[in-house]
Design a protein around this ligand. Structure first.
Ligand SMILES: [Mg+2]
Length: 392
């Protein structure tokens, strides 16, 4: 019996989160850093110890989405996708279960949907985090890699140093008990030390390409369909990440094998010399907790470049005029990504990937929709299809 099966048994027996965390820690310690993913069953098949049946309280009106819309039936989503993608066959049928989605305030969500539907697609934009949001949290039973974590700079000494930083700082990043100010300083430390090691260790662009090829990173099911849907309707997507833009764009190239004209990446950008060797980073460091601080000055140039996706200069089509926002994130700090937009309406969708029991309440106080259990992106596809019907 491996540790995964022990964990599964514990979940079935209602083991405490501490026990599960301990098992997770043991499992991660037994995994060599950056080792290939083990062929374990996908974690999404596990029943989650989340309060899907928890009684709602007045102080915390946790409610699952209403029976008529949650979960969206396989038939209804297939019909929608057939409408969205009339020239191609639908992909494997999406399945969303009620244990994967929590809608804290259905009335508020419906109101926002109505306002955004009335605004039309010309006012809509999507702002999305990358790691753990567009990408899966789990990869074949092990923690999937991030755009930072996948990087092997071809220098074992420096790879080990960055791994040691991860082992130290990541538990602090996901800790629900560290005050935000203290955590922000810790994240600044982590990012700056990591970027320094990348330069000092002589990272090359070739090493980035090789790292992405070998990485245990994958997009959530439904991400491609979401991008296609948005691209067909000229709805811009701003991928706002505390990772590394050069790596994210390489992941898009290698894992999706295509590009989307409506997607722009705002993240930490590298500067390479004529030999393809990293020499510096552009601009201010974006880490997981300061996306709000830099949202305006980092996003504005990208917005200006967007212009009209159809080539005209009509101001109404500029991204900065798009005041209805769908925000996708996996961290409460991701809410700051929309600070650069003076939005009229915002639907915030959160992917709660870890510390579910401890963090669910905070996520429900922050996001309009919370996905659990490393859910797919099909629910968001459903959402945008509601906001932008075919005849819009
Ligand atoms: Mg993230």
């Amino acid at each position: 019996m491996n540790q995964y099966h022990v964990k599964l048994r514990c979940i079935r027996r209602g083991a405490s989160s501490t026990t599960l965390a301990l098992l997770g820690l043991l499992r991660s310690r037994h995994r060599a850093p950056n080792s290939p993913a083990k062929t374990l069953p996908r974690r999404t098949a596990l029943p989650l110890p989340v309060p899907a049946s928890a009684p709602p309280s007045r102080a915390f009106p946790l409610r699952l989405s209403p029976p008529l819309s949650s979960p969206p039936s396989r038939v209804s989503i297939r019909r929608r996708l057939l409408r969205l993608r009339p020239r191609s066959a639908p992909h494997s049928p999406p399945i969303m279960s009620s244990s994967e989605v929590v809608i804290p305030n259905p009335e508020s969500l419906e109101k926002k949907k109505g306002s955004m539907r009335n605004g039309g697609r010309s006012k809509l934009q999507v702002i999305a985090d990358f790691d753990g949001t567009l990408t899966r949290y789990w990869y074949n039973g092990s923690r999937g890699q991030t755009s930072h974590g996948l990087l092997q700079q071809g220098n074992p000494e420096y790879d080990a140093k960055r791994e040691a930083l991860f082992e130290y700082y990541h538990p602090l990043e996901i800790s629900p008990t560290i005050p935000i100010e203290e955590k922000t300083k810790l994240m600044e430390e982590w990012w700056e030390k990591t970027h320094g090691l990348l330069i000092e260790g002589g990272l090359t662009y070739d090493a980035i390409k090789k790292s992405v090829t070998e990485a245990t990173i994958s997009f959530r099911d439904g991400v491609v369909e979401l991008f296609e849907f948005l691209e067909e309707r000229d709805i811009p997507v701003l991928v706002f990440s505390a990772g590394l833009a050069d790596i994210i764009e390489e992941v898009f190239r290698q894992k999706l094998h295509r590009s989307f004209k409506n997607i722009k990446v705002v993240s930490n950008r590298m500067v390479f010399d004529e030999n393809g060797r990293l020499v510096a980073f552009k601009g201010k460091t974006i880490h997981v907790l300061n996306k709000n601080e830099h949202a305006l000055d980092m996003a504005a140039p990208v917005h200006d470049k967007f212009g009209d996706l159809n080539g005209s200069n009509d101001d109404t089509t500029l991204v900065k005029k798009r005041t209805n926002v769908i925000l996708l994130g996996d961290h409460i700090g991701d809410l700051g990504m929309s600070d650069g937009v003076n939005f009229e309406n915002r639907i915030a969708v959160g992917f709660l990937n870890s510390n579910v029991e401890k963090s669910l309440k905070d996520y429900c106080n922050t996001f309009d929709v919370v996905y659990l259990n490393d859910a797919s992106m099909w629910g968001v596809v459903e959402l945008v299809s509601e906001l932008c019907p075919l005849d819009d």
